[in-house]
Design a protein around this ligand. Sequence first.
Ligand SMILES: [Zn+2]
Ligand SMILES: [Zn+2]
Ligand SMILES: [Zn+2]
Length: 957
Amino acid sequence: MAEENKLKTVSYKETLNLPQTDFPIRANAAIEEPKLLARWQKEELYKKSFACNKGKEKYIFHDGPPYANGNIHLGTAYNKILKDIFTKSQRMMGKHVPITPGWDCHGLPIELKVTAEHPNLAPEQLKKECRNYATGWIKTQKEQFKELGVLMNWDHPYLTMSKQYESTIVRAFGKFVEGGYIERSNKTVPWCASCKTVLAAAEIEYEDRKDPSIYVAFPLEEATQKKVFPALKDTVNMLIWTTTPWTLPLNKMVILKPKEQYDVLDINGTLCVVGSKLSDAICKKLEVTKKVVATCKAEDLVGGNALHPFIEGQKSALVSDGFVGTQEGTACVHGAPGCGADDYEVALKNKIEIFSPLSDDGKYEEGILPQELVGQEVAKAHGWIIKTLQEKGRLLLKESIKHSYPHCWRCQKGLIFRATKQWFCDLEQNNLRQKALDAIENIAFVPEVTRNRLRAVIKGRLEWCLSRQRIWGTPIIAALCNECDAAFIDQAMIKEVAKGIEKEGIEYWDTVSLEDVLPKGTKCAECGSAHFKKEQDILDVWFESGVSHYAVLYNNSELGYPADLYAEGSDQHRAWFQSSLLTSLVLEGSACFKAVTTHGYTVDQKGRKMSKSLGNVVAPQEVIKKMGADGLRLWAASIDLGSDAVMSEILVGNVKEVFRKVRNTCRFLVSNLYDFDSKKDAVALKDIRAIDQYALHQLGQFSNAVQKAYQEHDLTGVQHHFADYCAGQLSSFYLDIIKDRLYTDVKNGVERRSAQTASWYILDTLTKLMAPILSFTAEQLADCYQKGKTESIHLQGFANVPQVWQENEEKSKECQWEALRIIRSSVLKAIEKLREQSIVKHSLEAKVTLAMNKSQEAVQPVLQLLEDVKRTGQNKEQFLKEYFIVSACEIVDYDDEDQDIDQEEFEKFDVCVASETGLLVKAGHADGSKCPRCWQWEVTDHEHGLCARCQLAVRKK
Ligand SMILES: [Zn+2]
Ligand SMILES: [Zn+2]
Ligand SMILES: [Zn+2]
C-alpha cells in the first residue's frame, strides 16, 4: 500500500510544471567569466559599446589616466569599476556614451625605474627604454581592466606619450605663453652640490649627522622696539636657534608662531624675546635664572623688523606662520627663503625676496654679503660665521647636535636647499584663480561636501611650478641666453616645434637645431647676446594629464567638450581635478567638467591604507579568485562614496549574501520561464491576474527608484533597493504566492501564463538593472531568458516596465493593496497560532474565514479590491486563497445591523484574530483531504483524491 502511494506521488510529480534551467546555482566565475570575456572580445563589444546609441543624447565621461607602471592594485580596480558602473547605467538609460580610456606615461617613477634597470643611459636611449617600459605596462593593465568587466574603447586609448598627445601638450603650453601665464623665477629646491642636481622627494634619504647648534640674537630695529616695548631702555633681541649657520647670510626674516605669547628674558644683561612656553628650557640651557622683564603676543611684533646680526644695515622682517613649533628652540625661527622649503613658502606668502646667491656646486656667489664670502663653500662656512657672531657679541650659546638630516641617494652627501630658476604658471594672471573658484560653484559634486575640498586646494595654492629637471617628459620649448641665462620664449617658435613633435615625438627637441626654430635675429632682452641654448627642463606631469580635456575631448566629434563627468579618488582634488580645471579655463575658457564624483581610498579592515610595508595589500585578482569579478564589482558598489573603501572579511561576507539572494531570486524566475516565449505566450496585460498586475506595479516603482539612484551615483542606494525588492517583495511575498500557480496549474492555461508574464517582466527588468554592476551574471541570465538573443545585454537599454494601472487610479489601488497586506499579516498570525497548537503544519492545511463589517471605513479598500478582482473574471475566494496560501477562504460580509454574524459563534473557531476595525479573521484546519499533487485540501470525490484543478491539469497533460 505504502509502495503504491509512493509510486503515485512520483507519477504526479511528473505532471507538475517543475522549474528547469541551465542557470547554475553557484556563479562558478573562474570558468564562466573568462568565457564571457573571450566572447565579448570576439563580438567586438568594446568597439560596439563606443558606438552604441549613436545619434542619441551624448554622455561624455572622461577617464582619468592611471600611471603606466606596475600591475593594477585594488584602488585602481575600484576606481575603474565605479567609472564602468556610472557609464554603463547612463548607456542603458538610452544615452550615447563613448569612452576613450587613457594612460599617463611620462614622469619620474618610470624614469627612476628604467634608470635603475639600465644605469648610465644617454637621454635618447633612456627615452626609448621609458617608452618600452610604459608600453609593456599599458598592455598588462589593459587586460587587467578587461578582466574586471570594464567596457571602454580599449583598442583606441589615449596615451600621454603618443606623438599626437605630446605635440598637444606643447601647443597647450604655447597657449599659456600667449596668454601671459608663464613666468620664470626662483624656487627653493633640495639640491645636491656634489651631483649638481635637484632631488625629487623620492631621492632624498634621511641619515643622522652632527651639526653645530647655535643661539643667535637679532636686535630689534629701533622703531619696532619703541612700538612694542616703549618702557625698555636696553636693546631687545629676537633669539633664534639654528643648526645650519651657513644659511644666516641668506636670512631675510624671523618667523613667529601666530597668537603665541612671548617673554622678554634678561639673560646676563642681554634682553631676548623667546616663546613663553620655552622660557624655562632656555634658561636651563643657558644656566641663568629666569627673569622675565616683559611679555607680548606674536602679533605685537609681526610687521616690525629685526636687524641682521652681522650684515650692516640689513633688516630681517618679523612675520608669523603656523609651521613654527613650541617643542624646541625659541619659537623665533630664522628664515632664509633661498635655502629652506618652509622658509620659501612663508616668503611667498609674505612677498619676501627669494634670495639665493648659491652656485650649483654649493658655493656663495656674487651678491652675498659680506663680500668676503663669495666663492666660499657653504659646507665649510660654519667656522667663519660662528667666529663673526662671537666677535659681534651675537652668539649666546654654541653646542653641537646629532640629528636626522636629508642626504642624496646617489652620493650620500648632505643636501642643501637652493633657489633655482623655474617655470611657473601665474595663477593671478587674468584672474585665473578667481575664475576657477567661480567655476566650482557651477559644477556638481558627488558627494556634495567635496566641493569644499577643491575650493580649498585652489584657494590655498601658492604657486604652480611647471618645470622639472628630468628627462622623461615633454620639453619646455624655450631658449636660454648663453651669457646671462635670461630666457627667451615665443609662441611662434613653440608652434613650429610642436609640428616637429607631432611627427617625431618629444625626441624632436633633442635633435632639432635651435637656429632652425629660433626666430631670425633673436637677441637676449637682458644683455643683447645672440647666443642661446635649448632649455632642458620638462613639464610637470600634472600639466600633461591636466590638458587631457584639450587633447582628447576638445574638437573631437566622436567625443565632446566639456565632460559630463570626471570620477576619481579624493586625492585628485589637489592633483588631476585641479590641473584639469585650471588648464581648461585657460585653454577652452570654460570648466572641463560639469560634474565631479569622488571616492575614498582602499583600506584594510583596520582602516589602514594598503601598503607594501604593512603587508596588507590585497590584489584585485585575489578577490576575483574568491568571488568573481562580479563579486568585486558588487563590493565596489556597496561602498559609500564619502568613506574609505574597506576590504574586510565581514564586508565580503555581506556582499556574498546579497549576491546569493539576487542570484537565487533570478534563478527561480528564469527556471519557471523555460517554456515561456514572451512573444507568443504572454497574456495581455489587461487580462493578467490582479496580483500579477500588482507585482508589475511594484516592479515599476522599484525600477524608477534604481534608475534614480544610478542617476545620482548612489550605488549603495541601488544595492539597498535590490536587497529590499528581492527579499521583501519577491521572495517572501509575490514569488511565494505564485509558486503554486506556476507548478500546478494547467501548463499553458491563462492562470499560469499570467504569472509567467509578470515573472518575465520582473526578470527582464532585474537583469538589466543589475547589468551595470553584475555585468557577467546579467549577461548569463540574458542568455537564458532572452529567446533568440543576438546582442549583449550591455548594448541593451533598461527595461520599460509597462504601466498596468491608469495614473489616476494608482493612489487608490496602492491603498487597496496596502489594506489587504494588513489583513494578510492578521491571517499569518492566525495560521501561526494554528501551528503553535499543532493543528496545522503548513499554511496549505488551513482554511480561513474573513468577516468584514461592510459599514466600517477601514474595510472599504479591500471590498473595492475584491470587486475589481471579480470584474476581471477571477473568483474572490480563489484569489484570496492564493494570496494567503491556504486551501480555502470564505468571506462573510456583515454590517452593524446584521444578526447573522454571531461574535460568539465566530469565536468557537480554532483561532480567531480581530484585526483592524471591522475585520475578524478565523482560521482552522481545512476540510476534506489533501490532494496528492498540489497538497491543497479539498472536499472531493475525484479519483485518487485529486482536487478539481489537478484533475483538469492532469487530463490536459
Ligand atoms: Zn649627490
Ligand atoms: Zn643675456
Ligand atoms: Zn490539486
